[in-house]
Design a protein around this ligand. Structure first.
Ligand code: AP5
Length: 214
């Protein structure tokens, strides 16, 4: 399967993508995690990306499109993927379409997770992230078993630099301006499914599951 997850920052894309990957064996490609890894490794790409990410701005399309070619090819060889954080602009969506066309493939679903803005602000304010393996937690909604420590790899949990209130406000503004138009882009292709992302993590997972099973 080839699936795209869309939605505001903090709506729960990464959380659901990780569950789908664990339970359904789908290959998750999370552009935010890939970029944070590049930043951590101090690569040229990481240095470029950091300037944008810390402000809550998007990394330029050409940088992302070039990075994604390699990961999409690899995932294609494994039989499909779940894209979390890509595409993020109509230009990126067109690049993905071209990649799919070249390989004679199509997207199966674009799942747009939807919840009110106040809810995503609360989710981001309590988020804890493992910068080693990418797992995410929430101080109240989804706490780790041991305070401050990742359940998966035992690394120390941190608050992401772009989760501070000012960067969050900017990310929401950038989402509305640059990423929200993707909903109409994919609706016009009749592959968009809107998922109510309010409620618990398991409730949202069940809604996604129903769509995929149908
Ligand atoms: P990225 O890491 O992709 O950030 P994002 O899209 O802003 O999404 P988030 O990771 O913040 O949120 P999420 O929806 O995954 O929510 P999560 O599951 O963690 O990108 C970061 C930056 O990289 C961008 O700003 C940009 O600079 C750059 N970038 C990345 N991709 C790019 C691209 N394609 N083009 C250009 N630039 C790009 O959940 C959030 C919290 O809520 C967690 O604490 C979680 O435990 C909790 N939670 C989840 N679900 C629920 C629930 N149902 N109930 C209660 N709590 C919940």
């Amino acid at each position: 399967m080839r699936i795209v997850l869309l939605g505001m920052p903090g709506v729960g894309k990464g959380t659901q993508a990780r569950l789908l990957s664990l339970r359904k064996g789908l290959v998750q490609i999370a552009t935010g995690d890939l970029l944070r890894q590049e930043v951590e490794n101090g690569t040229e790409l990481g240095k470029t990306a950091k300037q944008y990410m810390d402000q809550g701005e998007l990394v330029p399309d050409q940088v992302i499109i070039q990075m994604m070619e390699k990961y999409l090819d690899e995932a294609e060889r494994k039989g499909g993927y779940l894209l979390d954080g890509f595409p993020r602009t109509v230009e990126q969506a067109k690049a993905l379409d071209e990649h799919l066309e070249r390989n004679g493939k199509k997207l199966d679903y674009v799942l747009a997770l939807v919840t009110p803005e106040e809810e995503v602000v609360t989710r981001l304010a309590g988020r804890l992230t493992c910068l080693n393996c990418g797992a995410t937690y929430h101080q109240k909604n989804n706490p780790p078993k041991t305070f401050g420590t990742c359940d998966v790899c035992s690394s120390r949990l941190q608050t992401r630099a772009d989760d501070d209130p000012e960067a969050v406000r900017n990310r929401l503004r950038v989402y509305l301006e640059k990423s929200a138009p993707l909903v109409d882009y994919y609706r016009a292709k009749s592959i968009l499914r809107e998922i109510d992302a309010s409620g618990t993590i398991e409730e949202v997972y069940d809604r996604i599951q129903s769509v995929l099973e149908a």
